[in-house]
Design a protein. Structure first.
Lengths: 136, 295
């Protein structure tokens, strides 16, 4: 029993040490959404069949909203150095505060996302009100 | 003859050393191949899986011995039996692995291994905590029932697991054609972890890729098409517990909400199946992709 406990403690120490090493040597990198084409491409990769026609990118480049021809919206969020995409479906929990648009997908693993869209924030907030019911 | 060492225990130092070597390679060539939070997450998955093995492994071994007790024949403890055991165990792994991708009950456990958007050696250690609950070990029971000793099966299964560690890397391109034709390799297994529509539900092999070629589930890695890793609906956070249990939570929610006739489908249908067509299975995604490709 003691040997097992020591083995488990050593395993956990090795896990934490490797996790720390990955950070210490600077792995990961800083990923950003660079432009509209990049955002549209990420939306297509994240939701197969989603063909974006327009996008609004957060000023920091960590998130974006992409709209397709049918008026559906895809929300792109940073996760580590990768991106995660979700279709925004009604009922939508959104909040507009000047240039900041906050969207809460109400999914357990997705925190509310605040996009700094500058002058476009109101336009995109308005677009969210007209989203058609779509596949989850 | 029944007391055998656990080869995985001896392999762990090599696993750690190889991960460090791959991290150094990544630092020099492609730092984005690793993400510290993702790496820690994967390794904690592995640690938790080990704890689950300590807690519940005895049940699996007990069931294997029960199956062995009613065997019609006894397969001897000889060299050819070891070779045969390894090959048949790999076939059993193929069948298990295919079911783990095609049946939501088994997928709920196996999804843990696929939920990273990265593909590196730490991903190999991203193992399930709920494998014993899902009872994936039943796929190996027929081998005990036909007369392979459970200790031999456990040893061969451990060797298979060790083999699969090193193929979780982007640091290796392709091997000579003869090797790629027979063995599971980093190239073949990258395809398996991909979410590109052309690659979904392909290359289930453990050690020998020949099973996929025999049963029509093989897809080669296509040059020029960047692979995206993970699952069709990527996890939105690095929350470990959500990562471990999210598909089980989804099953419970679906069973609660679904009409009676649909409940079986949410439990044993393919991942992504829904009674109202509101979700996509991997077959549906690939069919759309093929339709678009063929014009």
């Amino acid at each position: 029993m003691t040997a097992l406990a020591i083995q488990m403690a050593a395993s956990l120490a090795a896990v934490l040490a490797l996790g720390w090493l990955a950070r210490w040597i600077g792995l990961g990198g800083d990923m950003r959404i660079t432009d509209t084409a990049h955002a549209i491409s990420l939306a297509h990769e994240g939701i197969y069949g989603f063909s974006g026609v327009d996008a609004a990118i957060d000023r920091a480049g960590y998130s974006a909203l992409v709209r397709d021809r049918e008026g559906r919206h895809a929300l792109i969020m940073i996760k580590g150095n990768k991106f995660v995409t979700r279709l925004v479906t009604p009922p939508i929990e959104g909040r507009l505060d000047h240039k900041l648009l906050t969207i809460d997908l109400r999914e357990p693993d997705c925190a509310p996302v605040t996009l700094n869209l500058g002058d476009k924030a109101q336009y995109w907030a308005s677009g969210l009100r007209h989203i058609p019911t779509a596949k989850a | 003859m029944e007391k055998l060492p656990d080869p995985v225990q001896y392999a762990i130092p090599a696993f750690v050393a190889l991960i460090i070597i791959e991290m150094i390679w990544a630092k020099r060539r492609a730092p984005d191949k690793y993400e510290p939070k993702d790496t820690l997450n994967s390794l904690l998955f592995g640690f938790g899986s080990t704890v689950a093995g300590v807690l519940f492994g005895g049940i699996m071994i007990g069931v294997a011995y029960s199956a062995y007790a009613i065997r019609p024949i006894t397969i001897p403890w000889t060299w050819w039996a070891w070779g045969l055991c390894f090959i048949l165990d790999d076939l059993a792994y193929y069948v298990f692995h295919r079911a783990a991708h095609r049946v939501r009950w088994f997928w709920a456990s196996h999804v843990n291994h696929h939920s990273s958007q990265h593909y590196n050696l730490s991903t190999a250690l991203r193992q399930t905590w709920t494998g014993f609950f899902a009872a994936g070990f039943i796929f190996r029971l027929p081998l005990a029932f036909i007369g392979f000793h459970p200790a031999m099966l456990l040893f061969c299964g451990a060797l298979n697991l060790i083999y699969q560690f090193w193929i979780h890397t982007e640091a290796i391109g392709r091997f000579p054609r003869w090797f790629e034709a027979v063995m599971n390799t980093p190239s073949h297994h990258r395809v398996h972890h991909a979410v590109n529509p052309r690659y979904l539900d392909r290359n289930y092999a453990g050690t020998f890729i020949v099973w996929d070629k025999m049963f029509g589930t093989f897809a080669p890695e296509v040059e020029g098409e960047p692979i995206r890793y993970g699952i069709v609906k990527q996890l939105g956070s690095f929350n470990l517990l959500w990562g471990v249990f999210h598909e089980w939570v989804g099953i419970v929610q679906d069973l609660w909400r679904a009409p009676f006739k649909a409940k079986f489908g949410y439990l044993f249908g393919p991942p992504g199946w829904s009674h109202d067509g509101s979700r996509d299975t991997s077959d549906m995604i690939r069919a759309r992709w093929e339709h678009n490709r063929d014009g």
